[in-house]
Design a protein around this ligand. Structure first.
Ligand code: AMP
Ligand code: ZN
Length: 138
């Protein structure tokens, strides 16, 4: 069900104009309005889902196949030196639009961008406990 108040639902429906790279039954790929670098694009599922926690694995499989295709096209067309895939879930993680989207950000030598975190520390026990908690939930 499309959400009239959701900007990416409206873009996927064609209600709001966007610069479209690609479209199929399940996804639309658009250029980010405020690109981090030349070619910064977003893969957006046409069905509304807030974030990764609402995505089913079949859709995720199709999504990543498309991401590989777009990434290879970017490398070929834009001659980028690298590429970041970023996907934010929740405000704490930097998500500003609550409709799932995958960022594909081509990277160029000297582009001045930085998509990094501060490395932390964990003991062997802490890492093992975290791994066990996740393992048990899978
Ligand atoms: P995030 O912070 O991961 O939720 O990213 C949201 C992204 O959507 C930002 O990079 C915005 O520049 C981008 N964005 C917001 N509105 C539009 C729009 N109408 N068309 C294209 N990109 C948009
Ligand atoms: Zn939506």
């Amino acid at each position: 069900m499309k959400d009239e108040n959701c900007i990416f639902c409206r873009i996927a429906d064609g209600d709001i104009p966007s610069t479209t790279v690609y479209e199929d039954d399940s996804f639309t790929v658009i250029m980010d309005l405020s690109p981090a670098t030349r070619g910064h694009a977003l893969i957006i599922p046409k069905d509304h889902m807030d974030d990764i926690f609402e995505m089913d694995e079949k859709t995720a499989g199709k999504l990543f196949k498309l991401a590989v295709r777009v990434a290879k096209a970017m490398k070929k067309a834009l001659k980028c030196d690298g590429l970041n895939i970023v996907q934010n879930n929740g405000a704490i993680a930097g998500q500003t639009v609550r409709h799932f989207h995958l960022h594909l950000i081509p990277r160029y030598e000297g582009d001045g961008q930085s998509i990094l975190w501060t490395p932390g520390e964990a003991s062997d026990e802490e890492r093992e406990r975290a791994a066990q908690d996740i393992r048990e939930a899978m």
